[in-house]
Write a protein that binds this ligand. Structure first.
Ligand SMILES: NC(=O)c1ccc[n+]([C@@H]2O[C@H](COP(=O)([O-])OP(=O)(O)OC[C@H]3O[C@@H](n4cnc5c(N)ncnc54)[C@H](OP(=O)(O)O)[C@@H]3O)[C@@H](O)[C@H]2O)c1
Length: 311
């Protein structure tokens, strides 16, 4: 089969479009013919720090069709359309085929396309778990989403509106109109305005992108409110993990989220998408042999929504 394989000695690109053996499913695995895979920060960051998947093939968020099933498989049969996050199962999505245990995937809702399905698993699930589980989002809350224009941010913005909150998004000028179209009540263009200089306070803040002082976030929290660190620059992530708990006192809580793949949550998100409550923003599509270009693009940190590889 064709796959994009990591080779640390290859130069300048380390992701090489190659012929490799088609995987054979074990008794408790399915073989999936991949239709689409979306890239995440987890892909390029793992590559940057040398955390290479055992198959040497990146790509976690996949959609496709079951090609064959091991003899212990009970839920899926050949032809079923599936989607899922393979980050906990060795990645392997930038390829024509991948094997996975059945718990890694769910049925793809029939009304959504393979491209749309591939955008959901990691990005939308992170947004959901950050808002609902860590952020305790409630109807009527004032929510600030810092970094509302990327993969996680575009879903977070729409999910926050789904929960009937007042949403302020922070992004650069080029994404202001899109954020409004996705439902943001207010948009702050970070190239001209610093969100922390305003007197407005929020019940829930999601820090998704950028690198801002933790005290700026804390200053913007209303009484009985929560800041959730989702991501951002490596410096933002380490500062939040090291010092966030120190600033988490009184009625202002500072937390971080580490999203966990969860089939029920993914099914919920699939239903929201199917019912038009959320929609994925697909910035660019690439063919499999241009995966290296796609990875370079998302690693610049300014993609708008998701980047999808079609297979
Ligand atoms: N905690 C978890 O479990 C978890 C799970 C998944 C992802 N993450 C993390 O979440 C972060 C976002 O992931 P992603 O997939 O959404 O990334 P992404 O799609 O690559 O994010 C790109 C977006 O970041 C925005 N951005 C860049 N600099 C910014 C700044 N200074 N202020 C505000 N926005 C800025 C860009 O908007 P502009 O072009 O408008 O600047 C762009 O739209 C990453 O750090 C990732 O590692 C965490």
């Amino acid at each position: 089969m064709k796959a994009v394989v990591y080779n640390k000695k290859a130069y300048p690109e380390k992701l090489i479009y190659s012929d490799v053996d088609k995987p054979v499913p074990k008794d408790n695995e399915i073989l999936i013919k991949i239709k689409a895979v979306s890239l995440n920060a987890a892909d390029y960051r793992s590559m940057k720090i040398g955390l290479i998947p055992r198959r040497k093939i990146f790509g976690a968020d996949i959609s496709g069709c079951v090609e064959s099933a091991g003899k212990n498989i009970t839920q899926f049969k050949p032809g079923d359309e599936v989607m899922g996050d393979l980050a906990s199962f060795g990645f392997g999505g930038c390829a024509e085929y991948v094997t996975a245990p059945e718990r890694a995937v769910i049925f793809k809702p029939s009304k959504i396309s393979f491209d749309e399905a591939a955008t959901l698993p990691m990005a939308a699930l992170t947004a959901l778990q950050a808002l609902r589980d860590k952020g305790n989002i409630q109807k009527g809350h004032k929510v600030l989403i810092v970094g509302c224009a990327g993969g996680v941010g575009t879903f977070a913005l729409q999910l926050a509106k789904y929960y009937d909150t007042e949403v302020t998004g922070v992004c650069s000028s080029k994404n202001v109109q899109q954020s409004k179209t996705l439902g943001a009540d207010f948009v702050i263009d970070y190239t001209t305005e610093d969100f922390s200089k305003s007197d407005k306070s929020y019940n829930l803040i999601l820090g998704i992108n950028g690198n801002y002082p933790l005290l700026s976030y804390r200053k913007c929290l209303a009484p009985n409110s929560i800041y959730v660190m989702v991501g951002g620059s490596l410096s933002q992530i380490s500062k939040s993990l090291l010092f966030g708990w120190l600033l988490s006192f009184g009625s202002k809580k500072m937390r971080s989220v580490s999203a966990k793949p969860n089939r029920e949550d993914l099914e919920f998100l699939g239903t929201l998408l199917e019912n038009g409550k959320i929609k994925p923003i697909i910035d660019r599509r690439y063919p499999l042999d241009k995966t290296s270009d796609a990875m370079n693009y998302i690693s610049q940190g300014h993609s708008t929504g998701k980047v999808v590889i079609n297979i």
